[in-house]
Write a protein that binds this ligand. Structure first.
Ligand SMILES: [Zn+2]
Length: 475
């Protein structure tokens, strides 16, 4: 029999159940059976004319049935329908459905309770709210710590990474004793210590087109703490398709950005950036670095926006892009407009499902037989054989000071175009940087300039230090 998954606000009208089995061969029949079993749901789902209310969406798997055959969409035995209501005014929990507070909780949240804008009803909304933090890293650390402390009742965290020494400079959710442990395990322990009243839901997975809608649809607010373009577009698109607010921030060196993308009330991330930059053009924090305090600043801004959305107070960052410059300590604000041609949230939107985001961002799967790439093992074999070739290091001078592969010629990427005369197009050339993206750009530039024998060392000096020569420090 098909199953209907109910969101939190509707569960009180179905005897508190999160899913109901209902017989029927189409979406319309199954919904009719649902309201026959639970008549009070009728007015929440349908208007007087019997039409599904405009703020209620029904999904079959990850497809909105409006884009299938509407109520006539056929259903199989094992199909699940998801009812996804929009969040009115950013307040996911209504006065009646918000959970009550215990005496312990009243004491714990007393500084909130005495602010009129929060008060008892606001604190109950926080307790009833479900927030998903995508990533338990730099941004996810302050974000989840403050949301837990503030009493957000359900905190989901998506992460699959392990705590590394190099994380501790900014990822304050984790400590030195956590190095080598899963970030989710360390995060859960720390958050439970901060506030045992919070339910932490770990999602140990890499968010993908296959699982994003399934994971996100349970939450009221999504806070995006990712550090890569494919996941950022994935989170944006999934939020638009599910009608959820996406509290966004990103960081690089001394600068950050923050906004709230909520397609129902303003632009989405795609309205701001239609397409991602080509791979390697914008370095990641691993490649370019980040001031450890910066994710603290931006993550706290995300936490602030998240709490405001839950409480329905203040002016959210919807339609505004906040730019933070830590060096000048300046906060600038840009106005964001909805792109009328946005493929996702515009009036003529064409994209109704998730896509392949690696492909969208130009990141192809590694090609083992590639003539432009080389592994560190191949480089080692080349050196051991005594092959004639030039190893070119395109990193910045301050990076070469930290670690270098002996014998490399050093020309920073930004100076490469005017120093091509130092290289010989007839020679084999292996180019490396820290992790691969900058050297990939260098190889593209070199090949276009006639250096057809140039190859990129995948994984850079970092892979070399990890897999070939442990005496080279990793940074
Ligand atoms: Zn858009």
């Amino acid at each position: 029999m098909p199953k209907i998954a109910l969101p939190t606000p509707l569960r009180p009208y179905a005897g508190g159940r999160d899913a109901v089995d209902a017989a029927g061969a189409t979406v319309g029949e199954v919904l009719a059976e649902l309201t026959a079993q639970h008549p009070t749901l009728q007015r929440h789902l349908f208007d007087e004319a019997g039409r599904l209310r405009s703020f209620v969406n029904v999904y079959k798997g990850d497809e909105d049935v409006r884009f299938l055959q509407g109520p006539a969409t056929p259903l199989q035995e094992h199909d699940t329908l998801f009812i996804v209501p929009s969040i009115a005014g950013g307040a996911p929990t209504t006065e009646e459905t918000a959970p009550a507070l215990s005496h312990d909780e009243i004491r714990r949240y007393s500084r909130h309770l005495i602010i009129p804008e929060v008060g008892l009803s606001g604190q109950r909304k926080l307790k009833g709210a479900k927030v998903l933090c995508v990533g338990a890293g730099g941004l996810g650390s302050p974000l989840s710590l403050y949301l837990a402390a503030a009493g957000v009742g359900t905190l989901g965290i998506v992460d699959f990474d392990v705590v590394d020494d190099s994380n501790l400079q900014r990822q304050i959710l984790h400590g030195t004793r956590d190095v080598g442990r899963k970030k989710l395990v360390s995060a859960e322990e720390r958050l439970r210590d901060i506030n045992p009243h919070v339910r932490v839901v770990p999602h140990e997975t890499r968010l993908s087109s296959a699982n994003a809608l399934e994971i996100l649809r349970d939450y009221d607010v999504i806070a995006d703490g990712t550090d890569n373009f494919p996941t950022r577009y994935l989170v944006n698109d999934a939020c638009v398709l599910l009608g959820k607010p996406n509290v966004y921030a990103s960081i690089y060196r001394f600068e950050g950005q923050a906004s709230v993308f909520f397609a129902e009330k303003g632009p989405c991330y795609r309205c701001l950036y239609r397409e991602p930059p080509p791979p390697g053009l914008v370095p990641s924090c691993a490649e370019g670095g980040v001031l450890g305090i910066l994710p603290g600043l931006l993550g706290v801004i995300q936490a602030t926006e998240t709490v405001k959305l839950i409480l329905g107070i203040g002016e959210p960052l919807i339609g505004r892009l906040l730019l933070v410059d830590a060096l000048g300590l300046q906060f600038r604000e840009l106005k964001l407009r909805k792109d009328p041609d946005c493929v996702l949230c515009g009036p003529h939107a064409t994209q109704r499902t998730l896509i392949d985001y690696d492909q969208f961002c130009g990141i192809g799967p590694a090609d083992p037989g590639s003539t432009t790439d080389m592994t560190v093992e191949e480089l080692k074999a080349k050196l051991d054989r005594g092959d004639a070739f030039v190893l070119l290091d395109v990193r910045e001078p301050h990076e070469v000071e930290i670690a270098a592969i002996p014998g490399a010629v050093h020309i920073p990427l930004r100076q490469l175009p005017e120093h091509l005369d130092r290289l010989d197009p007839a020679e084999d050339l292996v180019v490396h940087c820290k992790m691969g993206p900058r050297s990939a750009r260098a190889v593209k530039l070199l090949r276009e300039a006639g250096f057809t024998r140039a190859r990129n060392l995948t994984g850079g000096i970092d892979a070399w230090a990890e897999r070939i020569d442990p005496s080279v420090p990793r940074y």
